[in-house]
Design a protein around this ligand. Structure first.
Ligand code: FAD
Ligand code: SF4
Ligand code: SF4
Length: 417
C-alpha cells in the first residue's frame, strides 16, 4: 500500500471519508473496534431531517446511479478500501506523513468471509447475534462472555466452518501517510445520576434504547411495549438535558438531543396511535433548520412542559408516578406513565484519551479539537491528521458527512501540492 490513509472509526463520518478517498484512488484502511461497521447510526431507525430510513444512503461514486443500503455499498466492493472490524490502534510511530501504525485485530471468532448467515448458530446459542439485517460485514457476531454448550455445538456444526471459539488476536502493521479520526460519540449511561433511577427500573430507558424499540427490525417489531412486562405503552414522558448542561457531568449542551427527542415524539404520536407523550425541557434547542420539527411535533399533539424532574415513584403495576416541577406555572405536577425516556448526554468515547495521547492532538471537552482553534479548518487536527463527525463533539449525520467530505478535500489538496 502506497500513500495510504488510515480512518479510525467506521461510523457514518469514517465510512464517508473512507469511501470517497478510495473512490479517489487512495488506498484506505478503515478500522473499527466493534465487529460491524455503521457506528451509532446503525441503531437509529429513521433520520431527521428527512425521516428517511437510516440504511438508505447513496453508495459509491464508482457505482453511479445506484441508491442502495449504505452499509452494504462500497465497503465491500471498492478495491482501494480495506475494512478491518474488531480492530484498534496499538501503537503509532514515525513522523507526520510517514506514520507506522500497529493494529490489534480480533480475536475474530467468526470468519465473515465464510459465514453465510444460515442462522444455525443463532438457534443453538444466545452467544451469537446478528446486529442488523443490513450490517457490514454480513456475518453473525459472537459474545465470548455468553459461551455455552450451544456455542460449542455451533462451532462443530457450522456448515462453512466459520466459527473458531479459540481465536486469538493478531497484529498488523501498516504504513500510513494521513490519519483521519472519526471515533464518534457515546451515549452516556446515566447510572450514577441518582434522581433518574436509570438501571433501577426497566421502564426507564435512554433515547438510543427507544430508537432500537421503534425499529421494525428490533425485538418487538417496532411496537412500543413496556420493557418490564411487554404491556402496551399508553403514556410516556421524555426528560431533556440528562447529564448535559450540568456542571456535575457535562457542562456543554449535547446539541442534537432536543431534535432527536422531537423526532421520536413525532414518530410515536403519528405512527403509534393513541399514546400520550409529554416532553420535559429546560429549553428546546432546535438549532439550524430544525424548528420545523418542533412545530410539527407540537401540532401532532405532544405536550411540552418547561421544568425539571422532581421525583420518580414506581408503582406495583409497573407504571411510574413522576412528579415534575413546572417552572412556567410554578407548580409540582404528577403524571402516571408507562415509560420514561432520558435524553442523555453525548459523551466522548473512552478510547479517545489513548488516541489523543498517542497523536498529541488537542482535546475539546474530551472530544478532538482542531489544531488551531481560531482557524476555519475545523477538520485539521494536526500535521497529516484530520478529524470529522461526532469525534469533534455531538453532530448530526449531514454535518458529519460534510465534515468527512471536507477532510477528503483537504487530503486531496495536500497530495496535489
Ligand atoms: C438517539 C439518537 C438519535 C439520533 N438521530 C439522528 C437523526 O435522526 N439524524 C441525524 O442526522 N443524526 C442523528 N443522531 C446523530 C448520529 O448518531 C450521529 O450524527 C452519527 O452517528 C455520527 O457519526 P460518526 O461516524 O461521527 O460517529 P459514530 O456513529 O459514533 O461512529 C464512530 C465509530 O468509531 C468507532 N470507534 C470509536 N473509537 C474507536 C477507536 N479507538 N478505534 C476504532 N474504532 C473506534 C466506534 O465503534 C463507532 O463505530 C442521533 C443520535 C442519537 C443518540
Ligand atoms: S452457523 Fe456458521 S454460517 Fe451459519 S450463521 Fe452461524 S457462523 Fe454463519
Ligand atoms: S440539545 Fe436540548 S436536551 Fe440536549 S443538552 Fe442541549 S438543550 Fe439539553
Amino acid at each position: 500500500m502506497k500513500d495510504a490513509v488510515l480512518v479510525i472509526g467506521a461510523g457514518v463520518a469514517g465510512m464517508t471519508a473512507a469511501i470517497e478517498l478510495a473512490d479517489s484512488n487512495i488506498e484506505t484502511v478503515l478500522i473499527d473496534r466493534l465487529p460491524t461497521a455503521g457506528g451509532n447510526a446503525l441503531d437509529l431507525y429513521k433520520a431527521f431531517p428527512t425521516d428517511d430510513c437510516f440504511y438508505c444512503f447513496e453508495g459509491s461514486r464508482s457505482r453511479p446511479g445506484i441508491r442502495k443500503c449504505f452499509y452494504r455499498s462500497a465497503l465491500i466492493d471498492q478495491p482501494n478500501l480495506h475494512l478491518r472490524t474488531d480492530t484498534e490502534v496499538a501503537e503509532i510511530s514515525g513522523s507526520p506523513g510517514s506514520f507506522t501504525v500497529k493494529l490489534t485485530v480480533g480475536p475474530r471468532y467468526v470468519d465473515s468471509r465464510k459465514c453465510i448467515l444460515c442462522g444455525l448458530c443463532l438457534e443453538l446459542s444466545n452467544a451469537f447475534e446478528q446486529i442488523s439485517p443490513q450490517c457490514q460485514p454480513q456475518a453473525v457476531i459472537y459474545r465470548p462472555d455468553l459461551l455455552d454448550d450451544g456455542a460449542k455445538k455451533a462451532e462443530s456444526d457450522c456448515p462453512t466452518k466459520a466459527i473458531n471459539l479459540n481465536a486469538e488476536p493478531t497484529e498488523e502493521t501498516v504504513n500510513i501517510t494521513d490519519i483521519v479520526l472519526a471515533t464518534g460519540y457515546h451515549e452516556m449511561q446515566p447510572i450514577n445520576v441518582d434522581e433518574y433511577s436509570y438501571g433501577k427500573h426497566p421502564n426507564i430507558i435512554t433515547q438510543l434504547e427507544l430508537a432500537k424499540i421503534l425499529d421494525p427490525n428490533g425485538e418487538s417489531g417496532g411496537a412500543l411495549l413496556r420493557p418490564s412486562d411487554g404491556a402496551q405503552v399508553k403514556n410516556m414522558m421524555m426528560i431533556q438535558c440528562v447529564g448535559s448542561r450540568d456542571e456535575n457531568y457535562y457542562a456543554y449542551c449535547s446539541k442534537i438531543c432536543c431534535v432527536f427527542a422531537l423526532k421520536h415524539a413525532k414518530i410515536v404520536s403519528s405512527e403509534r396511535n393513541g399514546i400520550g407523550i409529554t416532553v420535559v425541557y429546560m429549553d428546546m434547542r432546535t438549532y439550524d433548520r430544525h424548528e420545523r420539527y418542533y412545530r410539527e411535533t407540537r401540532d401532532s399533539g405532544v405536550r411540552f412542559l418547561r421544568g425539571r424532574l422532581h421525583l420518580i415513584d414506581p408503582r406495583e403495576d409497573g407504571t411510574l408516578d413522576v412528579t415534575v416541577y413546572d417552572s412556567l406555572l410554578n407548580k409540582y405536577l404528577r403524571h402516571n406513565i408507562d415509560l420514561l425516556v432520558l435524553s442523555s448526554a453525548l459523551e466522548p468515547p473512552e478510547s479517545n484519551d489513548g488516541i489523543i495521547q498517542l497523536l498529541d492532538v488537542q482535546m475539546r471537552s474530551g472530544f478532538i479539537g482542531p489544531s488551531d482553534p481560531f482557524s476555519e479548518n475545523e477538520v485539521v487536527a494536526g500535521d497529516h491528521l484530520y478529524v470529522c463527525g461526532s469525534a469533534t463533539g455531538p453532530t448530526e449525520v449531514p454535518e458529519s458527512v460534510t465534515q468527512a467530505r471536507a477532510v477528503v478535500s483537504k487530503i486531496l489538496q495536500g497530495r496535489r501540492s
